[in-house]
Design a protein around this ligand. Sequence first.
Ligand code: AMP
Ligand code: MG
Length: 310
Amino acid sequence: MKIKVANIKKAKNLLDKSNCIAIPTETVYGLAGNAYSNRACKKIFELKKRPKNNPLIVHYYNISQLKADCILNKDFFKLYYKFCPGPITFVLKLKKNSKISKIVNNNKKDLAVRFPKHPVARKLLKYLNYPLAAPSANLSKKVSAVKSEDVKDDFGKKIKFILEGGTSSIGLESTIIDLRKRPKILRLGGLEISKIKDVLNKKILYENNPRKISAPGQFKLHYSPDLPIKLNVKKVKNYEAYILIKKVRRIKPNYFFLSKNGNLKEAAKNLYSTFRKIKKSQYKFISVERIPNKGLGKTINDRLKRASKF
Ligand code: AMP
Ligand code: MG
């Protein structure tokens, strides 16, 4: 993809003045602001209508940028060199002299950090002299945006600028791993746990108990397309939208395929745009075929389950 330097410059000018803009990443689009600026971070929460206690992920260009703000450890180095830039977010301890705005993490002593792989996001981050706080560019609790039109649908003119970057190649949020003590997955995402496990070579905890939530991405109702969703459905009526994992021979107008041949990566990429398409097509109800619970299918099922708590 050809990157327009004029757009990167425009983005920098707005961000330097503590404005929020939308930026493309390989997971989903982000609503970005200078992570060192209280004013910018406050705007992010206001625009998204996000509760103050739901901290933001901060995006860095590379490890040397991050060293100013966080305490790094062995597990982090292993995962960083294997998967970054890429769809993994680390929760680390903040350094005492870090310049991160206290609004980012509600005054806590830890920070979620990520290194996006999208070439436009990287070009921008390299050009700035501060990291970017950027939650997903959608209204709180709703489906994430995977292209610039989605951001426009949610925010209209409230966002000053959307940096164009095409459709997000992964289409699901990052996997969040807490590395402050024993590695613990806080949110399933675009990088499979099995791949993380292969690198760390030790037991990884996965906290999925809604009563002990440490990442609000684990809240029960999240990623909602605002329609009732029923899961593991085999038969549907013509007036229900039916999401299928792969193409079938007898296609009906209410059928929506996540992938041509059941490829889970392709299915993940298409999930949120399928939700948005269905919502725009006036269906009042979504049924979903059973999705294989392996690899990225686990993340898809996690999102479907949360979206179905309507
Ligand atoms: P979003 O950017 O909308 O995908 O949401 C970011 C997710 O990261 C939310 O679920 C947050 O709760 C989680 N998160 C951000 N910072 C932290 C942190 N310091 N500890 C635990 N989870 C975090
Ligand atoms: Mg989000």
